[in-house]
Design a protein around this ligand. Structure first.
Ligand code: MN
Ligand code: MN
Length: 464
C-alpha cells in the first residue's frame, strides 16, 4: 500500500483496536482490580446480598447512612439504603447540587429461580420446591446444575431470618432434575423455548422420610423439621419469604491465559462493582457523584426498588433541598452513565450480530447509544451532544471504549434503566461490559473490559 493511502486512512478512518494489544494499562493493575470484583461477586449472589456487601465496603470507605438531620458539606460520603435491595452512594461535590450531579446507575438483580409463595411439597417420597423463574432465562440451562438458596423468611412474630445454603463446600446444594436422554425422545421434539417448561422447574430438596410407622408426607415433614430447627420457621412462614435459587459456587478465571472471568450474575454486578469503586475513588469531586445500585431491572425496573420508582428522584431532591435548592434543577443539569452490559460478539453465533456494530471482548467499555427493539422501540437514544462529551472525557483519559448494539436490526433488542433516568430530564447513555452467554448460569466477561468500565465511570465523576 502506498504511503499516501496509508497515512490518509490512518487520519480519516475509525479503527477499533483490541485493548490488550495496546500498552495503555498494565495487566497486573487490571487483574488486581478484578480480584476485588471476583471477591465481591462471590458474595453478592442476590440483590439483597449485593446491597449488604456494598454497604459493608462503603462503610469501610467512610460512607455513613443518610440522615435528614445532618448538614452535609463537600467531600462527605453518604449512602441511601432502599429496603435492603437497592442502594444510592453519594459523595458531596464542591458545586451546589442544583448545578447537576454525576450519576452512575447499575442493577444488582440477576436472572434466577424464585420460590413460589407456597413452594414445599412431596411427590413419590421426594421433597421439592415449586418455583417461578425471575427474568429472561433459557430454562433448559438451569437444570442439572448445583443451586444455592438465598433469601429471607419474615416470620409471624415479626422477626426476619436470613437463609444462605449451598455456597460453602461442606454445605448441601439443590437441583432441578432433567430427563435422561434415553427417555427424552418426546421432550427433545419440543421447541427449545419449551424444552423445559416453567412448571417443570421444580427443585429437589430431599428424600429422607421422618421415621414413623404410618402417616403421609413424611419426607416433607422431615424437611420442615430440619427447617424449623435451623431457622425457627413453620410452613406458613414461606408465605412471607423471598427465597431465590441461584447457581452455587464462586466466580472463576476462564482460559489458559486467565484473561476472562466466568460466573453467575455478571449482569449487572460487573457494572455495579465499577460504580462502587468509582464512588470510593473520588475524594473531592466538583459535582456531587451518585452511584445507584438498582433492583428489578431484569423484570422491567418496576416496584419500589426498581429504577422506575421515585428513589433516585427523591434522593436528589433531598440533597438539593438540604442546600436550599430544587431537585428538578439538579436533575435537569445532571449527567448519567447507565452502567449495564451488552452482548459481546460470539464467533460461534456470528449470524445474530451485525459485525460493524457489535461489541467485542477486550475492546473496552461498550457505549450503547440506544437500546430498544424493532425500530428503536422503547429507547431513550442518547443525544449526539452527550455521546460526544462522554467520548471526549474517555479519550482524554485514555479509556479504551467501543460502541455496540444488541444484535441485528429486528432480531435482538433489549432495555436498560437508561430510559427511566432520561425521563427525569437527565442526559444519559448506556456504558458497560460486553458479556458472553448473558443470562446463563455461567456468564463470561473480560477482565480488561471490567477495568475500563471502572475507568469510564471514574472519568464521569471526575470530569469538569
Ligand atoms: Mn443488565
Ligand atoms: Mn439482563
Amino acid at each position: 500500500m502506498c504511503d499516501v493511502v496509508k497515512d490518509l486512512k490512518s487520519d480519516l478512518f475509525y479503527e477499533k483496536v483490541n485493548g490488550l494489544k495496546k500498552d495503555t494499562v498494565d495487566f497486573g493493575t487490571v487483574d488486581a482490580f478484578c480480584k476485588g470484583y471476583i471477591d465481591f461477586l462471590g458474595k453478592a449472589k442476590t440483590e439483597r446480598l449485593a446491597t449488604k456487601e456494598a454497604i459493608a465496603l462503603a462503610e469501610a470507605a467512610g460512607f455513613r447512612e443518610f440522615s435528614e438531620d445532618e448538614k452535609y458539606v463537600a467531600g462527605d460520603k453518604i449512602y441511601f439504603n432502599n429496603r435492603n435491595k437497592s442502594l444510592g452512594l453519594v459523595v458531596i461535590g464542591s458545586e451546589p447540587v442544583e448545578k447537576g450531579v454525576r450519576i452512575a446507575a447499575a442493577h444488582i438483580d440477576s436472572p434466577r429461580i424464585d420460590l413460589k409463595p407456597n413452594p414445599l411439597y412431596e411427590d413419590k417420597e421426594l421433597a421439592l420446591f415449586k418455583t417461578h423463574y425471575y427474568g429472561g432465562i433459557k430454562k433448559y440451562q438451569w437444570t442439572a446444575i448445583p443451586l444455592a438458596l438465598h433469601g429471607v423468611f419474615c416470620k409471624k412474630d415479626g422477626t426476619t431470618v436470613e437463609v444462605a445454603i449451598g455456597e460453602e463446600p461442606d454445605e448441601p446444594v439443590f437441583v432441578i432434575t432433567d430427563l435422561l436422554p434415553h427417555l427424552a425422545q418426546e421432550q427433545v421434539k419440543r421447541p427449545a423455548s419449551e424444552l423445559i417448561r416453567g412448571e417443570e422447574l421444580n427443585v429437589l430438596i430431599g428424600s429422607m422420610p421422618f421415621k414413623a410407622d404410618e402417616g403421609s408426607e413424611l419426607v416433607k415433614l422431615n424437611i420442615m423439621k430440619i427447617l424449623n430447627e435451623k431457622y425457627g420457621i413453620v410452613e406458613e412462614d414461606f408465605l412471607s419469604a423471598e427465597l431465590e435459587c441461584v447457581p452455587a459456587g464462586k466466580p472463576r478465571d476462564v482460559g489458559f491465559d486467565r484473561s476472562l472471568i466466568g460466573s453467575y450474575g455478571h449482569d449487572d454486578r460487573v457494572c455495579a462493582y465499577p460504580c462502587l469503586m468509582a464512588s470510593f475513588a473520588v475524594t473531592a469531586p466538583k459535582f456531587t457523584t451518585v452511584s445507584i445500585l438498582a433492583d428489578k431491572e431484569e423484570t422491567g425496573s418496576d416496584g419500589n426498588t426498581g429504577m422506575q420508582s421515585a428513589f433516585l428522584q427523591y434522593l436528589i431532591e433531598d440533597l438539593a433541598r438540604m442546600q436550599g435548592g430544587n431537585g428538578y434543577r439538579a436533575l435537569r443539569n445532571s449527567k448519567c452513565l447507565s452502567a449495564d452490559v451488552n452482548a459481546a460478539f460470539d464467533p460461534t453465533y456470528p449470524d445474530v450480530m451485525e459485525k460493524r456494530n457489535a461489541s467485542e471482548i477486550n475492546y473496552g467499555a461498550v457505549i450503547t447509544k440506544y437500546t430498544g427493539s424493532r425500530g428503536k422501540g422503547g429507547t431513550s437514544d442518547a443525544s449526539a451532544e452527550f455521546v460526544g462529551w462522554i467520548r471526549k472525557i474517555l479519550n482524554e483519559r485514555n479509556v479504551t471504549w467501543q460502541t455496540g448494539e444488541l444484535g441485528k436490526v429486528d432480531l435482538g433488542g433489549g432495555g436498560t434503566v437508561a430510559k427511566y433516568i432520561a425521563n427525569l430530564g437527565v442526559d444519559v447513555v448506556d456504558l458497560g461490559v460486553p458479556v458472553l452467554s448473558m443470562h446463563a448460569p455461567f456468564e463470561v466477561v473480560s477482565k480488561f473490559d471490567v477495568y475500563m468500565t471502572y475507568l469510564a465511570i471514574k472519568a464521569l465523576f471526575e470530569a469538569e
